[in-house]
Design a protein around this ligand. Sequence first.
Ligand code: M6R
Length: 610
Amino acid sequence: MCGIVGYTGAKNCIPVLIEGLKMLEYRGYDSAGVSFLDGKCIRTVKAKGKLSNLEERLEASKLGEMHCGIGHTRWATHGAPSDINSHPHSTEMVSLVHNGIVENHAEIEAFLRQKGYTFVSDTDTERASKLIDMLYKETKDPVATLFRASAAIRGSYAFGVIFSDFPGKIFAIRKDSPLIIAKDASGSFLASDIPAILPYTKEYCRLDEHYVAELSRTDIKIYDENANVSEPKYEVALWNSEQAKKGGFPHFMLKEIYEEPSALESTIERRISNGLPSFDETFPDNILLESIDEIHVVACGTAMHAGLVGKYIIEKLARIPVNVEIASEFHYRDPILKKNSLAIFISQSGETADTLAALRHAKSEGVPTLAIVNVFGSSLAREADYVLYTMAGPEISVASTKAYSVQCAILYLFAAHLALIKQKITSEAARSLCEKLRSELPRAVAATLALNDTIHQISTKISSAEHLFYIGRGIDYQLSIESSLKLKEISYIHSEAYAAGELKHGTISLITDGIPVICIMTDSSLAKKTISGIHEVAARGAHVILICSADIQDEHALPDVETVILPRTEPLLYPFLTATATQLIAYHTSADKGIDVDKPRNLAKSVTVE
Ligand code: M6R
């Protein structure tokens, strides 16, 4: 949700900022802008639309080399995407880029109007920039100014600021929005996320909340909330810049789907020891897990859908009831959290504001919290009581794919671990599941990827549809929900997921001639019932497309139905294969329609506002 970059140093910072913004474009892409310190003069260039528009404007502006600047790629919250609403927001003395939401912008505006300030944009950020301008004029001290601004502002923010009186310096402060700082031999960097700095260094430091950073060409100074100098704590990124590039694929989404076998391998390998699920690093003893008799899984979007798969497998293996909930609903409905509950929060980014707010709510209720996250050191990882990292590597495309698969994998292993602790399965059964996950699953997912061409052909049949249904029963219904989200978010086809047995209770009235109904059928115990559902929609003119397991195909082949036959594997592993197949359906449908697959309209990868 908005990407911030900053650089001060020996290099020309124009290409550094643009390259950094390209790596962060997944965070928002409705407009972009940069400000530079040209001696004591602030120069700003902004443009509505994709980053390429800003590049053209920069080209036309014929600026010479710049050595200190900040940049921003926006996902609009206050004010429509436009040149004027784009960041940075500048006065003569101050220029500001912001990720987050200033909740009390109206109060700040009223206060500043009394002081003679006027406003040109609809953004909360312009209010913040003018507040900083006013405070700076009073203090003439950028660090003190940011502390005072932070005390006056309610909401979430990562601010990158340059002051005309301080050539060569960038200042930053944050609350609830991520910000990292880094250094190489040429200078210092500021960014919302690691990919932006990877071409220069793998060492970075996460700025603590309410701390101020002062970046110069030779030095980074950090001030804690009492304005005392604090040593930056550096971490080393586990990802390299190659991983954060497309690597020959036309889109990040396709590359990330093709990375699923290796992402699964890395995630699963780490959680198996002596052939059994191993969570000792996170839970050195079993005291907590022995005591829990109820689980809440809380997350958003695709991560929440991984929770649905988690519910299925935890309840099946460990027989512990699991409540799966959308994070933005969870913490505002005053959920009943029993003493022996465990609350699990799932997130690729670890920065999703709704999930973070829900985690804080659970903590305030005294419930132990476990975060399953992909990004090391992210806010959720740091705030949860316990953390399990997924090993998907960087996921850049807005549509989450490999992150979902590895979230499901870790939930499978956690379910087996709980089942062992609760004595619901034998060690042999747990060992056998681990072995299937470790050796069979990556191979079966790779075999599903080999169906890419067949799946592409199916996509061409649905790309002109306006409406579509995904249906399934049991776990196949849970997969339908995720498949439907994936398709709609990147192909713009209205898609709904329905439990196959539920259609006849109302929704079947929407089935008309030619409407595509994609049926997922991998659970052979439910196949006969699902087939009845297929007949019901086919009789009303639906264009049925079937995704089914090889075993079901052997027994119940439906000769008149276009079918994607998933490679033969262990029944419990089919959800992973289904996910890969339906991600490919969504991908090809979107790509064939000429949509910007990795950056679908109105969305952002990391949703850091509630
Ligand atoms: O970073 P998170 O996993 O917390 O993100 C949660 C959702 O915003 C995310 O899964 C979203 O639904 C994706 N666009 C789905 O592809």
